[in-house]
Every structure is written in C-alpha cells, then in structure tokens.
Design a protein around this ligand. Structure first.
Ligand code: MSP
Length: 568
C-alpha cells in the first residue's frame, strides 16, 4: 500500500560489527504495475505553544525526535523531521491580551525563539510548521470538510468542564475538588492541577464515540512506547466510554483561530487545528504527495490523550491510516520540583548551551533522561556526568591513543594476529565482543525509545576499551623487540577501531563531538554510515582500509572538563 512505508530491517551479521541493511529499496510496486517512490517516514515533535518562552522540557521532546531522525539517516533511510509552533487558541489569545500585544506579533516573536533554540541545539528539522500559515489553514479546512463529508461532524449542544490552560474538555473522573487562594471551592484537572470552568454552548461535535472499536484494534499493533504508556491508553479505551468531542468554539469567545468552513461564527478547536500540523508537514492536501504516510510522533506524557485517542480517531474518520508509532517521554523536574513558569524554576536551554556546549547539553539530556519516568535536572549532576563520560572517559581515550608520544608517525598501525600474548586473550575477546554486539544493541535501544540505554552501552564500551588500553600499556612495549612492537601496534589499531565505532554510533546524539572524533581518526564523511560498515575487520583476517592511513589533525581536547564556574 502506498502508505505502508519502507520498513527496513537492520541486521547485525555474524561478522564483527558489520551492519547490513536489508528490506525496502525506497520504491514499491503499487499493484497496477506502476512503480512509485515510497514517501519518507515522517518523524514529528509536538508543536510548541507560543504563550511562553522555550524551556528545557520542550527541548527534550525535540531532541528525542532529532535522534530518531538522525539515526534513520545513519542507516541509509530517508526521513523527514517536522516541528513548529502551535499559535491559536485561548491560551495564546489571553497571553497576547495580557501583554498588550497583537496575537500575531506575539506568535512571530516566540516562534522565532523556538527556532533559535532548536538551531542552537542542532535539531535537524526539515520543516517548521506554524499553525498561522496559509498552507496549514488550507490543510485544516480540507480536513474538516473531509470529516464532515464522511458524516463524523454534527451540531450539538455541548455542556461540560473545560480547562483553558490545557485546552482540554474533562470528564468527571479527570477532575478533583480544590480551593483557590481566596478559599473558594473550585474544580481542577487531576493531571495538570489547572482550574476548569463550566461551558455550555452550541458547538460542532465529532463522533469520537463511534471510533472506540477501531481505536482498540489500532492498539493491538502496540503503537505506543514505552509499555507503561500503552497500558494507560489501553485502560482508557477499555474502561471508559468515549464521549463525542466538541471541536469548535463560538467565535465571539475565541477569535484567534481558524474559522469553521462555511460557518465563520465558530472557530476550530485548537487541538484539532494543532494535530493537523502533522498532515500539513506531510504536504496534505496536495494530492501529488499522497495525503499521509508512515509517521512516528514524539510527545510528552501530558499530551498522551490527544495523540493516542483524538489523533488516531481523527485520521481513521478521515479514511487515513493512524500513526505508526507514538514515542512518549516523561517530564524533567528541576532539583526535584516540577518545572513551571509560575514557580520560576524553568531551565533556560540557551543558558545551558553556553555552559555545557551544544553537544554537552544534548548528551546530558539524552543520557540522563529516561522516557518511562521523570528525570531531574541539576547543574551538579550535569557537570559530574559530562566530566566523567565525555571529558575523562571518551576524551581521555581519544587523547591517549592518538598522542604523538605513543603514535609518533600519526597514522593507523597494522594489526598483527600472531602478536597477541596469551595473557591478553581474555581481554581481547571482551573488546571484540563489544565491537560485535554494540551496533545491534544501539539499534535495538534506539528503536525501543531507550536512547539513554544506547548511550549507556556506548559508555560501557568506552570504559572497557580504556581498561584494555591501560592494562596492555602499549607505551611500555615500545623498544621491547619486534614481538612487543607488533603487539603495541595491534593494541593501538584495536583502540582506534573501537573509537571509530563509538564515533560512528554517537553521531545521532552528539553530532559535533562525533565529527571531531572521526576527523581526528581520519575517517572521511562517506565512511561514517552504518550501512555496510565493518569494525575490527583486521582481526577477522580481512583487509582493513584504515591500516596505514594518516590520522587527522590534532585539534585539542575533545571535551574540556567543566569546573564549578563553567558547570555549576
Ligand atoms: N501545543 C501542544 C502540543 C500540540 S502537538 C499537536 C503542547 N505544547 S507545549 O509547548 O506545552 O509542550 C510541548 C512539548 O513539551 C510536549 O511534548 C510536552 O510534554 C513537553 N514538555 C513541556 N514541559 C516539559 C517538561 N518539564 N519535561 C519534559 N517535557 C515537557 O503541549
């Protein structure tokens, strides 16, 4: 089918560290004999509200999507990555009013801030959708018309509780009683704590209730990762009866949004408007691009219901395939407390880039953040982790094995299979095991949305290589006769190969540092893919093109240690 996408399978073959890509070729036979190019897989970030400046939590959603996109490219797959800003709705209308600004100018300035932060972080987006753009307006209008034509929209009287802060309608089970600062009894959302208000108006309604069985069928494909979030959605769909959903607001209450087609007295509900951004990024409704291809959406747990219930329901109602995968992450807290603008404890990503560098911040967020549970940000933790893993372990290893004192010729030495002393056999096998298993382990971890575990595995490999290098101490072997010289060369070859493997695998997470490692090793840009790349080939009795190759220029420390001033 045209939307089925190119599900390619990455396999690690028997040979050490050889990764081979098998599966789709990027073209498909449509059944009528015509061969069509498959559309690239679309990765998306959520689009960000423009009522507040970007903070670290936002960056995390975008960063995780960026890693998936970059990793796919490393495996030879063409993919897209879209991001953008969510500019309509009551929140933005109220924020603009509070600042005495026109909504459009507030949107433009905050949208630009998000772009700058993503550029500073090296988010490799291929599209940036603003919901105030004409192309998005067209997509929402056409999508609404499709839903209407297919009988999923009717006019009804909506009565219920609404949280403006969350732009969400809540059921009884999603609310709790609370008191406001003046002691008045109020109702709040259990999940966000935000106050809800009673709303009663004539609205357009979406027949969400009729899609419950189809949604349950979709869930059988395990489209949500990690598993605890899949279980949450399964509970919602199995234990609750889905009510129909109000998908418009009276324009006199909410004017900042897209008017309902053929009824300008109503504005399209902001979440319907926002979710359609994924279609806009895919080229919808342009028929030449095909309406919608395979997609993976990255999102935080607070917006799970919108993506795991409303979005697939909208797509199914429009006759389009539901998302292939939802990758859901938990939240960042700051020194134990939930990050929030009102608590004034949000962490500024630009400030973090200045302290830690782009790749330092990327590494910390990806390595320390665990999608299945909340993670805590503190400067102390960031500094210790970056010093230990990037400055000492990885940077130290690169520095030592390329140092002119140990490698005066500044080239890759040869591997001599007969030079291995019996005392080194066990350690050598351990190191070769790393080279053999690491690519497949990283592949599995990235696919299962465990980039933190992928980085942990690479760090484990770095430590093992460091231990090998230290215990074999090639600097002590120099001048000790031909056999010892041969083993010293072999140790250096193995260490450089291990570093080439780490540098290759680290590209999606820390592209700048990986580039610096591979440059120092003299690895050309076209040799940095995972497709058909061999590591430690010389130990398998195969030729290795790196033997004898000059190292690249020494450009100093890979990642200078952070002191209290820089990293406190
Ligand atoms: N505009 C909606 C999304 C619409 S997508 C069709 C929205 N915007 S948001 O700006 O509030 O949030 C964007 C992303 O940032 C979400 O994935 C959210 O989970 C994430 N984060 C916001 N605060 C966060 C933390 N403290 N920690 C981690 N991520 C969190 O929701």
């Amino acid at each position: 089918m045209w939307w089925a996408g190119s599900r390619r399978v990455l396999r690690s073959t028997q040979r050490s560290g050889l990764i081979q890509l098998s599966g789709g070729s990027g073209v498909t036979d449509s059944g009528d004999g015509e061969v069509k190019r498959l559309r690239p897989h679309l990765f998306t970030t959520p689009i960000f509200y423009v009522n507040a400046a970007p903070h670290l939590g936002h960056v995390y959603s975008a960063l995780q999507a960026d890693v998936q996109h970059r990793y796919a490219a490393l495996c030879g797959r063409e993919t897209w990555l879209s991001t953008g800003t969510d500019e309509h709705g009551m929140k933005v209308q109220q924020a603009a009013l509070a600042q005495g600004a026109a909504p459009h100018s507030l949107c433009s300035s905050v949208s630009m801030q998000f772009r700058s932060v993503f550029d500073a972080l090296g988010i490799s987006y291929t599209d940036f959708v603003r919901t105030s753009e004409p192309r998005h307006h067209l997509a929402v209008t056409r999508f609404w018309e499709t839903l209407a034509q297919r009988g999923y929209i009717y006019k009804g009287n909506y009565q219920g509780w609404y949280s403006t802060s969350d732009e969400a309608f809540l059921s009884e089970g999603q609310m709790a009683e609370s008191t406001d600062p003046s002691g008045n009894k109020i109702r709040v959302s259990v999940e966000s704590g935000h106050q809800v208000h009673w709303m009663s108006e004539e609205n357009y309604m979406f027949r969400l209730s009729s899609l419950q069985p189809a949604l349950l069928r979709w869930l059988q494909e395990d489209p949500i990762c990690p598993a605890p979030f899949l279980r949450v959605v399964r509970r919602w769909l199995e234990e609750e009866e889905l009510p129909d959903l109000s998908i418009s607001r009276q324009r006199e209450r909410l004017s900042w949004g897209i008017p309902v087609p053929n009824d300008p007295s109503h504005t399209v509900y902001v979440w319907l408007d926002a979710l359609v951004n994924y279609l806009t990024a895919a080229g919808y409704p342009d028929p030449s691009t095909g309406p919608w291809g395979p997609s993976t959406h990255l999102l935080g747990k607070d917006i799970l219901r919108f993506h795991a219930v409303y979005w697939p329901a909208f797509l199914l109602a429009a006759g389009l395939p539901p998302p292939q995968k939802l990758l859901v992450h938990s939240h960042w807290t700051c020194e134990g407390v939930k990050m929030s603008k009102s608590l004034r404890n949000v962490v500024d990503p630009m400030e973090c880039v200045r302290r830690y560098t782009r790749d330092g911040l990327r590494y910390f967020l990806l390595r320390h953040g665990a999608p299945e549970r909340d993670s805590d940000f503190s400067h102390q933790t960031a500094r210790s982790l970056l010093n230990a893993e990037l400055a000492d372990a990885l940077g130290g290893l690169l520095n030592r094995c390329t140092a002119p004192a140990i490698n005066p010729a500044q080239h890759w030495p040869r591997y001599h299979p007969t030079s291995v002393p019996p005392s080194a056999h066990a350690e050598l096998q351990g190191l070769l095991g790393v080279a053999q298993e690491l690519p497949a382990e990283v592949e599995t971890r990235v696919r299962n949305f465990q980039v933190n575990k992928a980085l942990e595995a690479v760090d484990g490999g770095v430590r093992r290589t460091n231990a090998f290098f230290h215990s074999q101490a090639p600097w002590k072997l120099r001048g000790g006769g031909a056999e010892q010289e041969a083993w010293a060369d072999s140790v250096l070859y193995l260490t450089l190969e291990a570093l080439r493997l780490f540098g290759t695998l680290l590209q999606p997470a820390v592209p700048g540092l990986a580039h610096a490692i591979l440059m120092r090793l003299g690895v050309d840009p076209w040799e940095r893919t995972l497709v058909g790349n061999w590591f430690v080939a010389a130990t398998q009795g195969e030729g290795c093109k790196f033997q004898g190759r000059p190292l690249g220029q020494d450009r100093g420390l890979l990642f200078p240690r952070l002191d209290e001033q820089r990293g406190a």
